[in-house]
Write a protein that binds this ligand. Structure first.
Ligand code: PHE
Length: 349
């Protein structure tokens, strides 16, 4: 039977031994083994304490107090070591990379190039006071043709390969129906711009069955071709730069008289017709590229919407957004706009 004094000595020795061993534990596993060895339910401290019942009450009190303080100090040693090991583990992890490096930015989508250019074009006209209007993609013969001065059976209807849905119902072949719709719902002075999808029975390298147009219409008293020219020149300079040349070439549309097509100096060769001694592939060496159709609103169109052509006059224009975008960014293949390859689209972000 051990005396109280011997037990206290045993405890003191245990504390000494455990202190130096715990302090050297070099892994979580090792530390855990030592915790079980010294502090576990059947560990060294528990073994010593199992001897307490054999002591006198006084010895029991002294030894009990000693045992408690040993337990406290061993637990503290253990916790200290555990925290040191955790810190070392964190530091080892940090040593593997540079925490000051910037994070990886999540890739955000961007606007489609056709949307970007469409917005640029409409905002150029908005800055001149045009309002944005829109209308249905499914149209009637009246808005798409008849009110635009295409008489029934008129060969001009064949200029556009129409996709018919019913007898008089079709997918609009151009945004020009918005000239009619706008003039029916507003009284002059009117200045409106109408971006939207149009459809034609046509599909090859430079034609897609669905594409985008932007229509413009302005009607007031005393509007002349000079206003049309000034407006379109401002627009061309905004989109293609102030050095771009603009030329009007006589043309024909049933709904404008006179009609013109607008060419700009080639964006590729700057009007020279050649690039590095080679024929320019964009303008085919002519130095000019066509960008839109326009003209003075035909009196017959004004009459169809109850506007007196003796009092009011106006101009209209229409352009293809794909075409403007191809010229502006030097895109050679129309199909790239519809394949949605992110490697292509990402270049416009
Ligand atoms: N609607 C014509 C087209 O699609 C373009 C145009 C619009 C021409 C307005 C003159 C006036 O080709």
């Amino acid at each position: 039977m051990s005396s109280g004094r011997a037990l206290v000595e045993e405890l003191t020795a245990l504390a000494e031994e455990a202190k130096s061993i715990l302090g050297r534990a070099d892994s979580f596993e090792h530390l855990e083994e030592l915790r079980v060895l010294f502090l576990g339910r059947k560990g060294r401290l528990a073994q010593i304490m199992a001897k307490l019942p054999g002591l006198t009450p006084e010895e029991k009190r002294d030894a009990g107090q000693a045992a408690n303080s040993v337990k406290e100090s061993l637990t503290a040693q253990y916790t200290l070591r555990l925290e040191a090991l955790k810190r070392a583990q964190d530091e080892a992890m940090l040593a593997g990379f540079d925490p000051s490096l910037p994070g990886r930015a999540p890739s955000l989508g961007g606007l489609h190039p056709l949307t970007i250019v469409s917005e640029e074009i409409t905002s150029a006209f908005q800055s001149m006071g045009f309002e944005i209007v829109s209308g249905p993609e499914i149209e009637t013969d009246f808005y798409n043709f008849e009110a635009l001065n295409f008489p029934p059976e008129h060969p001009a209807r064949d200029m556009q390969d129409t996709l018919y849905i019913g007898d008089n119902v079709l997918l609009r072949t151009h945004t020009s129906p918005l000239q009619v719709r706008t003039l029916l719902s507003r009284k002059p002075p009117v200045a409106a711009i109408a971006p939207g999808k149009v459809y034609r029975r046509d599909s090859d390298l430079t034609h897609s069955p669905m594409f985008h147009q932007i229509e413009g219409i302005l009607v007031d008293k005393g509007v002349t071709m000079a206003d049309l020219r000034g407006t379109l020149t401002f627009f061309v300079h905004r989109i293609f730069g102030p050095d771009t040349l603009v030329r009007f070439r006589p043309s024909f549309f049933p709904f404008t008289e006179p009609s013109a097509e607008v060419d700009i100096s080639c964006v590729m060769c700057e009007g020279k017709g050649h690039v590095d001694g080679q024929t320019c592939r964009v303008c085919k060496s002519t130095g000019w590229v066509e960008i839109l159709g326009c003209g003075m609103v035909d009196p017959n169109v004004l009459k169809a919407v109850d506007i007196d052509p003796e009092v009011h006059s106006g101009f209209a224009f229409g352009m293809g957004v794909e075409r403007v975008t191809m010229l502006k960014y030097g895109v050679g293949d129309l199909r790239l706009f519809f394949e949605n390859d992110v490697r292509f689209l990402g270049q416009f972000a």
